[in-house]
Design a protein around this ligand. Structure first.
Ligand SMILES: Cc1ncc(COP(=O)(O)O)c(C=O)c1O
Length: 340
């Protein structure tokens, strides 16, 4: 069923996505499931969950879908080595390590030293997947990117063909990936007879960019709302740029403006990766009503935001909400002491 506001049909969008270089990493489509017990406890809105945590590779998560294109891009250019870096409990790094192993690529991870630089959770899995892991004293962003590019130069001298995963290209391709996720949801909604009002996700980047692009391109009623895991002041601009870059890559005649970007950093707490009482409550509520585990840094904060929006009337009891579970659960094991 095509909307009168659509720039393209679902089939046209999927065809454009299919034409990009990609590698086969995950289990797609991921399920879209009802959360009846969570809905009941929260007093109303029908809540469904899109299970990107079930994307298959290495305990799943939103990066599997994104790496399909970002590593696909590298492989297309002849890469034999992937370089990535982020916070030490990075889900992106763990999924990049596993994707590299699956594809027979070397993987180098440079992790920003922080309070979770322990061989547990994601770092344990990075090691087990055979990545070359080093903790470095550099903050996330430009400093860490400089280390990644310097390492790429070194590896090139050794005869390797490294591919650095970094913004803006990887963020734009991440948004491409989540426009594909929207195409899946579009089809799943049609099959289930649902036309949801909202989709909530933990994001301040490519994931939300893709949700916005996909819903706008297909003219859907579904409105994306991002709950930021980190208090980046320029996140609206980052999301808008990711969405527009993805539109350009896909050749879509869709323009995303700041007005399309709904995102809140009210639920970050003290800092990226620090627990808030509300995120711990949200994590336990999801586990105890639906038997689904969230993560400490992203999805638990996104659910704490959604709960607050329901309790403050931003979402009414007759609306339908999709909660995008972007994964991250292995990080739980590095937070055992704070969570119990
Ligand atoms: C579990 C989880 N959720 C959400 C995100 C945010 O994704 P994006 O950077 O595409 O907004 C990440 C990114 O690392 C993540 O690991």
């Amino acid at each position: 069923m095509s909307s009168p506001n659509a720039a393209v049909t679902r089939e046209q969008l999927c065809k454009k996505i299919d034409q990009l270089p990609q590698v086969d990493l995950g289990h797609f489509p991921t399920p879209l499931e009802e959360c009846p017990r969570l809905s009941e406890v929260l007093g109303g809105p029908r809540i469904l969950i899109k299970r990107e945590d079930c994307s298959g590779l290495a305990f799943g998560g939103n990066k599997v879908r994104q790496l399909t294109f970002t590593i696909g891009d590298g492989v297309d250019q002849g890469a034999d080595t992937i370089i990535q870096g982020a916070a030490s409990q990075s889900n992106h790094c763990r999924q990049a390590a596993a994707a590299s192993a699956k594809l027979g690529l070397k993987c180098y991870l440079r992790l920003s030293r922080d309070s979770k630089s322990v061989r547990q959770g994601n770092v344990l899995l990075d090691d087990l997947a055979g990545a070359d892991v080093e903790f470095v004293d550099a903050s996330m962003g430009a400093e860490l990117d400089a280390i990644k590019y310097a390492l790429a130069d070194e590896l090139r001298e050794q005869g390797l063909k490294p591919h650095v995963l970094a913004a803006p290209r990887s963020t734009a391709l991440a948004a491409v990936a989540f426009s594909w996720c929207i195409a899946e949801i579009h089809e799943q909604q049609e099959a289930m007879g649902i036309d949801a009002d909202w989709i909530y996700a933990a994001s301040a980047g490519g994931t939300q960019g893709g949700l916005i692009l996909g819903t706008k391109a297909l003219g859907m009623k579904l409105k994306p709302f991002g709950i930021a895991p980190i208090g980046w002041p320029d996140r609206t601009e980052r999301i808008r740029i990711a969405a527009n870059d993805a539109a350009a890559i896909l050749g879509l005649d869709v323009a995303i403006t700041d007005d399309d970007v709904r995102n809140s950093d009210d639920y970050v707490g003290e800092d990226y990766g620090s627990l808030t009482p509300e995120c711990v409550d949200a994590l336990k509520l999801m586990a105890q009503t639906e038997g689904i585990f969230l993560d400490p840094s992203y999805t638990s904060k996104a659910l704490s935001g959604l709960i607050d929006h329901i309790q403050t009337g931003h979402i009414s009891s007759d609306e339908t909400v999709i909660f995008l579970h972007t994964g991250g659960t292995p990080a739980l094991f590095a937070y055992n002491e704070e969570l119990v």
